[in-house]
Design a protein around this ligand. Structure first.
Ligand code: APR
Length: 237
């Protein structure tokens, strides 16, 4: 039995697709009927904050209608049973990894269930709706509250921590992400440069498929448990 290599996992919208959450770039290229640039960039929020609030209010409320799937549960099992380090990075703003039992999930694009105030920069967890009149619970001013989501043109979160994990990675797996959005799309090259073995799990080819050593092609709910079982079997789990 070999020593457990540090594993770094990047997940995207494809891992939550079978839970019923829409991905960004499949089919018509619209996200729940909207062009991404009309709801997911700071300009869109300045132009039409009511529309952007409504859009994210629906997404936040929709979380209570979906459940984690077999792929989320398999990754949580990997985190609990693998004898080495497992870093789980997600581009997803849903909370399905946490609800499947994963700990320390790195939400590089923010979280639907978190909001922050642009006037005082403080943030907190949030279950209900936001609107242009919502009063900040910290500074008591209205008009500054927004979803704590990283929009196009904004800087992803936790990049230093992610960089350190990629430097140490022995295995890097990207699951259900199309490889169109950087910096996440570049993680495979960073991990490969650190000597990691790289694996892509997706039901289709992606913009960066050629950068991976190995591919498991098929639905995440099938392929992720297969991969996790394979790794844990090597350690007698
Ligand atoms: N199993 C495996 N892969 C799947 C499944 C499935 N059931 N369903 C879809 N996929 C794959 C698609 O083939 C595609 O490659 O998931 C990927 C989803 O790609 P995108 O919709 O582009 O989502 P993602 O890569 O997470 O987007 C990155 O873009 O708009 C931004 O900030 C947003 O975090 C998001 C980022």
């Amino acid at each position: 039995m070999s020593a457990p290599l540090p594993i770094v996992i990047l997940t995207g919208a494809g891992i939550s697709a079978e839970s019923g959450l829409a991905t960004f770039r499949d089919k018509d290229g619209l996200w729940e009927g909207h062009r991404v640039e009309d709801v997911a960039c700071p300009d869109a929020f300045r132009r039409n904050p009511a529309l952007v609030h409504r859009f994210y209010n629906l997404r936040r409320a929709g979380l209570s209608e979906v459940e984690p799937n077999a792929a989320h549960f398999a990754l949580a099992r990997l985190q609990h049973e693998y004898p080495g380090e497992v870093t789980l990075i997600t581009q997803n703003v849903d909370d399905l990894h946490e609800r499947a039992g994963s700990a320390s999930v790195i939400h590089m694009h923010g979280e639907l269930r978190k909001v922050r105030c642009d006037l005082c920069w403080r943030g907190r967890e949030w279950e209900g709706d936001l609107d242009t009149e919502t009063v900040c619970p910290f500074c008591n001013r209205a008009g500054g509250m927004r979803p704590d989501i990283v929009w196009f043109g904004e800087i992803p979160k936790f990049m230093e921590r992610i960089g350190r994990a990629l430097d140490r990675a022995g295995i890097f797996a990207a699951i259900g992400t199309s490889g169109h959005v950087y910096p996440a799309a570049g993680f495979v090259s960073m991990a490969a440069a650190s000597g990691a073995e790289t694996l892509e799990i997706n039901n289709a080819g992606t913009a960066v498929s050629s950068h991976f050593d190995r591919h498991l092609t098929g639905p995440a709910t099938v392929q992720v448990p297969v991969w996790v079982d394979d790794i844990l079997n090597r350690f007698g789990k």
